[in-house]
Write a protein that binds this ligand. Structure first.
Ligand code: PLP
Length: 385
């Protein structure tokens, strides 16, 4: 079997339809959307269309969509842009399980005189968001809480949280990089002020993303220069990327139903079989409130990296945690925050599926996993022989 790609939370394949939309924008329609001539004007129209496609997926207004270079920029812009707009407030609230694109920025704020509070999660990765009631005060500038966790897939009740936070006059940002395109979002019915998404997580291209900014939200421009993106994010637009992201959002809207039925079925089949056939394995994360494509499983007494290498020999791609955190031997900060024992956290594997996966790939992986786990346990110094 060729490559079996179960690492879609790290990045996804660009949809063929997306690539087709992007192709003419390199050598045929290469004008600058800010130019006065007709040649440039048609490119400006393409960007307008992409803005509508993104807004359509989020049920928001096109004027609320700001194109960026990806999830990391959107997260940085949301946090730093908010704090610059409300300079008199010095407190930020976030969670211990955020992606580094949020967590590292927040932790750095502590070096600049800010108080940063990190909410905790329980053993299943669920957030006790009612802690916020007491923590929100007049000094709080921003609350930033992810929509869905990239490692476990656990989904937080963001609409309820946004209602509580904005009801207290505090700006609310959510990193929805893993949620957009996998579960339905309706910003017209939500109090979310700022939301980050990234093209390459939903079968769009890399290097393009969006910061959704609700009308009336106070935020400073995050790139100064020309007046692109209504003066919020200067710089000649990444036109092929933006057009590709627009198409990816349109396709995501069409495929949401499949994501939540067929993809979920495949994920559940894979997960249930592995948990049943591999002793001393356990699921990490709230079984019920999860992205339909993600499964994070711990295997006691063995290293996640060793499992990945053996899977790789069979052409199966998975991950031992966040793509950005892999390469370090520290167990994942998300699993540690959940209190997963050290021996299990070290042996954790994330499978993340997409609409391009097949049942045949799932069956193939189910066949390969038990012998891999048994073999590694035989070699493990932690297993009594
Ligand atoms: N936020 C989350 C939850 C992510 O999973 C990622 C990527 O893994 C990012 C932010 C960063 O997005 P990007 O790779 O587009 O910068």
């Amino acid at each position: 079997m060729e490559t079996v790609y179960f690492d879609n939370n790290a990045t996804t394949k660009v949809a063929e339809e997306v690539l087709e939309e992007m192709k003419p924008l390199f050598c045929e329609l290469y004008g600058n959307p800010s130019s006065m001539h007709t040649f440039g004007g048609q490119i400006a129209r393409k960007i307008r269309r992409a803005r509508e496609q993104v807004a359509g997926l989020l049920a928001s207004d096109p004027t609320e969509i700001v194109f960026t270079s990806g999830g990391t920029e959107s997260d940085n812009a949301a946090i730093k842009g908010t704090l610059a707009a409300v300079p008199d407030k010095r407190k930020v609230i976030t969670t211990r399980v955020e992606h580094p694109a949020v967590l590292t920025v927040c932790r750095d704020l502590e070096n600049h005189g800010y108080t940063v509070v990190e909410l905790t999660v329980d053993k299943q990765g669920r957030l006790d968001w009612r802690q916020l009631e007491e923590l929100l005060d007049d000094d709080t500038a921003l609350v930033t809480i992810m929509y869905a966790n990239n490692e476990t897939g656990v989904v937080f009740p963001i609409d309820k949280i946004a209602e509580l936070v904005t009801g207290r006059g505090v700006i609310f940002h959510t990193d929805a990089v893993q949620a957009v395109g996998k579960i339905p979002l309706n910003l017209s019915k939500s109090n979310i002020d700022l939301l980050s998404l990234s093209g390459h997580k939903l079968h769009g291209p890399k290097g393009v993303g969006v910061l959704y900014v609700r009308k009336g939200t106070r935020i400073s421009p995050f790139m100064l220069g020309g007046h692109q993106e209504a003066g919020r994010r200067a710089g000649t637009e990444n036109v092929p990327g933006i057009v590709g992201l627009g198409k990816a959002c349109e396709l995501a809207a069409e495929n949401l139903e499949e994501e939540n039925s067929r993809v979920k079925y495949l994920r559940d089949k894979l997960e249930n079989a592995i948990l049943e056939k591999c002793p001393d394995s356990r699921l990490n994360g709230d079984k019920d409130n999860r992205l339909p494509n993600t499964s994070n499983i711990s295997f006691e007494y063995i290293e996640g990296e060793a499992i990945l290498l053996m899977l790789d020999k069979f052409g199966i791609c998975a991950s031992s945690g966040s793509a950005c955190a892999s390469g370090s031997l520290e167990p994942s900060h998300v699993l540690r925050a959940m209190g997963v024992p050290f021996t299990a956290a070290h042996g954790s594997i994330r499978f993340s599926l997409s609409r391009y996966n097949t049942e045949e790939e799932v069956d193939y992986t189910i066949e390969k996993m038990p012998p891999i786990i048994n073999r590694l346990r035989e070699l493990s110094p932690f297993v009594a022989k």
